[in-house]
Design a protein. Sequence first.
Length: 310
Amino acid sequence: MARKLILDCDPGLDDALALLLAHGDPALELVGVTTVGGNVSLENTTRNALELREYLKFPTVPVSAGADRPLVREPVDASHVHGERGLGDIVLPAATLQDTGEHAADFIVEALRKTPGAIDLVATGPLTNIALALQREPAIARWVRSFTIMGGSATRGNATPAAEYNIYADPEAAAIVFAADWNVTMIGLDLTLQAQANDAVIERMKRLGALADELIVPLATFFSNPDDPAWDGQSVHDVCAVAYVSRPDLFELRPARVDVELKGQFTTGMTVVDFDPLIPNANVAVRLEVADFWAYVEYAYARVAAEHTA
């Protein structure tokens, strides 16, 4: 039986690729998409989610818009990475269907209340919607089947030397999330930087036809940072978080205590990771089976590509 999934996201190049994976993997059933302001504005992330829903042909999956700004701070976007509208140079056909009109946090609470223990919740943007949902109903931490984030780092950041972007964008929300009554699966930069769409990966993706030409390759190659000595292609950060739900065998995790720095002059948004904790509150991904990961992703994408050309 497929695992039911709610994806809270801020599309976003890699969020779009994560949505594609969630739709293409037959072991997953996407039952809701919630949007948050992050990589680009809430208006843009929601429009992107709605357009992707119709373009990728999952029109019955509800989309709910959520927070347009962090809990207490001013918004900080990542449009320099994702493009002004969030999907690089891609312009999709305008959506004809609307969002639910229900706030994302309320959608998450009610979906989990109705089916406790049945839904895997994945967050690939700032954690504002998740924090608001916890504030509305702390019991959701016990109602989820699992909770996975793409965010944080046990080493260095990408928004600042200390902080990964999704945590940096709303550290107060992240602190609420890590303090809740669940163990967070943290798919952070230490893991996701192992999942780079290098030249060999892109060449294989190009074999998938029109979907690759129109969506996959443009999304996976828009951003470049050749000055980074470790650069071997754009990392598909958010894809890793969705992949973990379906294929945990591809990941090595370590239990840890994760706390979020809120006041440091140079370290605000840093995830402080203790791998020798008395009481862990997270499982932190440290190693990826890279070849098997890309084989799995290509398989899921190929299923959508076949549908796309049918």
